[in-house]
Ligand binder design. Sequence first.
Ligand code: ADP
Ligand code: ADP
Length: 242
Amino acid sequence: MSTITLENVSKYYKNKRRSGAGNRYEVGVENINLTIGQGEFVFITGSSGAGKSTLLGLISGRLKPDRGRVLLDGVNTARILPWHRERIAPLFGNVAQEHTLIRKMTVEENLLLAARVGRRRFESEKEMKERLKKVLGLVGFSGMERRYPVEMSVGEYRCVELARALINSPPILVLDEITANLDDDSIWDIFHLLTEINRRGTTVIMATHASRYVNIMRRRVVTLVDGQILGDVQKGKYGDVI
Ligand code: ADP
Ligand code: ADP
């Protein structure tokens, strides 16, 4: 079980762009109260700058709140510093907005690297290879272990990043805008894949602008406006505000 709870969480950025002027802090998110239980599928929506990436960073422990608390199964994540990264990282599989595969490494090398630096304990090299085969099969990439990132379409690239996020069997997947610049078919492939991953019990938390797809999926939709939650609707639609 891995329940995430944010209590009155705020995150501010020092605003380098406007230093000197009165307004020296930019709101990342403000006064967020949110609970996400194990196995949920949650879309985080809102326009650019609304705080989606900040919220995901706070959830996965990449960012520390300036106010409030982030709890994992009731434990304040700030309390378990300085072991924070080691304790928290294995819980999360992340796919960022940026493209992050290592260009000089094949698919297999990229994934095995993640398996080696991840803190899931594999019994043996053999078990690790089997897990590699399994996650590549899941994303439809069987037999493509030797391909390099430059040889892939953007959609394929995203699937390999998903496979890499999954190799250590994290209970929670955190995905930031991973369907940007994808064609329709690739987006559907990814949504189907995420549905399947979620069906097997993994929590999926996904920031997205893909309103058409959100509206068809009818999952929980959290809507951010200017760093605050203005909507949190089960079986919601894009932009639902309650
Ligand atoms: P998106 O709106 O698609 O989430 P942004 O263009 O807002 O992406 O942000 C891209 C990157 O720039 C992020 O890593 C974010 O942290 C950083 N960033 C966004 N706004 C600022 C800012 N005002 N000053 C410095 N960095 C920023
Ligand atoms: P979104 O992901 O919804 O586009 P972000 O979380 O990236 O939103 O940004 C929320 C707000 O925080 C925006 O006003 C953005 O400019 C600001 N921001 C994000 N990252 C940084 C940063 N590294 N430095 C300064 N401001 C930032």
